[in-house]
Design a protein around this ligand. Structure first.
Ligand code: PLP
Length: 440
């Protein structure tokens, strides 16, 4: 064989800092599991966080009506959509300082966050645990990154003290710096209170911090009480959100970032980068999304039901997992819990299982349960037995129908058992597996 057949003439094709670069663990695991399920295997899939609910009927209709929109649109999004997004945040989050020209709409908020990382001249601070995308984006953008570890005891939340310590230890006082705050959080399900945000905003302001506030799960906060850090720190907060979660339209690929006036230089540069990479978010999707941001009675009703179903499912999972000694904080919104299987450590070690990914592999092989091990992908220690648990693997369409027939404020106790069978079976499989480890 000559070298043209073996590819030997092309060596070291990857940039050196990307030698260890790997795909998003959740997306790659999801592909494998979907294939196994399609082949007829029973797998309880708690590894992937996407909405179980169908897109609202009126949004589907609006999309069908706009398939003819074939023009390239303004890079930052159509003016009506940018204006609706601002009105939506003014009404829902009491954020009245945003104007339509502060908004950039793009093909998912993920892309917009990435472009910001590419053009930003400064260091980035991430929290641990973290959403699995931020760190790989930093790697692509070659950003200098600092990590603040949060703890189970602090409800996995950033405290002003931990923030100040990181600034001091890393001598970041005089540098440009940006912190990513995910609220409500993926992967822990935690949300910040008004008081916590107020105290954080004081230290952020004192240190000229730029905050990228990822609020993609905001409308799925179970108590409907989401508060944005932009309320207390408007001049330094870039708000990031989209329709992937509350409107169940992840595959539509539409997200947005809203910049404060003082950071318009960053917005302009991100817009230029957008113009040279994706040109604009899809035309039909932009027009169809407009009605979502009107947030009329249909949308409000839809979100109400999605939220109370997710809340009931989260509570069921929390209750059942803690009943066998798994340590976990209650979720306050979104799709996730972060259970800690520390109670199993001595039993697992006897079996030669020392890391979380080994434990997840055993759980998969022996109980057909898929969860993602936290560990380095979530910026957690490799030997910590925490996993990300997504409680969305149920039939959202039928759960929505069932919820819409129930008039009282809260769903009845047996709602999850009656309507989310797959969740129940999967959680019971975990409990049995845990009990087996402790009795064998
Ligand atoms: C915390 C967080 N931010 C952003 C996103 C991506 O959003 P989008 O679909 O707008 O790119 C996700 C999706 O999983 C997420 O969990």
């Amino acid at each position: 064989m000559d070298s043209s057949q073996t590819g030997e003439q092309w060596q070291n094709l990857l940039l050196p800092h990307l030698a260890e670069y790997s795909p998003a663990t959740n997306l790659s695991q999801n592909e494998v599991i979907r294939k196994l399920i399609a082949e007829g295997q029973t797998i309880y899939h708690f590894g992937f966080g996407q909405s179980p609910f169908p897109v609202m009927k009126s949004a589907q209709k609006a999309l069908a009506e706009h398939t003819g929109e074939n023009a390239y649109l303004p890079v930052a999004g159509i003016a009506e959509l940018c204006a609706s997004i601002c009105e939506f945040h003014a009404k829902e989050d009491k954020l009245s300082h945003f104007h339509a020209d502060d908004v950039i709409v793009g093909p998912g908020s993920k892309e917009l966050i990435f472009l910001l990382m590419l053009i930003f001249n400064g260091d980035v601070i991430l929290l641990s645990p973290t959403w699995t995308t931020y760190k790989p984006q930093m790697l692509l953008a070659q950003k200098s990154t600092h990590v603040i570890s949060t703890s189970f005891e602090s409800n996995w939340k950033l405290t002003p003290e931990a923030f100040l310590q990181t600034i001091k230890e890393n001598q970041l006082e005089d540098k440009n710096k940006l912190l990513i705050l995910c609220n409500p959080d993926n992967p822990t399900g935690t949300s910040y209170t008004e008081q916590e945000l107020e105290s954080l905003s004081k230290v952020f302001r004192d240190h000229n911090m730029i905050v990228l506030s990822d609020e993609i799960y905001a409308k799925l906060r179970f108590d409907g009480g989401h508060v944005s850090i932009a309320k207390y720190y408007p001049e330094g907060t870039i708000l990031s959100s989209g329709i992937s979660k509350w409107a169940s339209a992840g595959g539509w690929r539409l997200g947005y970032n809203i910049y404060p006036k003082k950071l318009s230089a960053l917005k302009i540069a991100v817009k230029s980068a957008g113009s040279h990479t994706y040109s604009c978010a899809s035309g039909p999707i932009q027009y169809a999304s407009l009605m979502m941001f009107n947030f009329d009675e249909e949308s409000q009703n839809y979100v109400f039901h999605c939220r109370r179903i997710l809340s009931a499912v989260a509570e069921y999972c929390y209750r059942e997992l803690t009943s066998v000694g798994i340590k976990v904080k209650r979720s306050t919104g979104g799709y996730y819990l972060m259970p800690d299987f520390e109670i199993l450590r001595p039993y697992l070690e006897r079996r030669g299982i020392f890391t979380c990914s080994q434990m997840c592999e055993a759980l998969f092989q022996e109980a057909n349960v898929a969860v993602i091990s936290a560990g380095p992908a979530f910026l957690r220690p490799i030997d910590e037995l925490t996993v990300r648990f997504c409680y969305v693997s149920f039939d959202g369409e039928s759960a929505l129908k069932a919820s819409s027939q129930i008039d009282q404020k809260d769903l009845p106790e047996d709602f999850v058992v009656s309507n989310c069978q797959n969740i129940v079976d999967g959680v019971q499989a975990i409990k049995k597996w845990v009990n087996r480890q402790m009795t064998n």
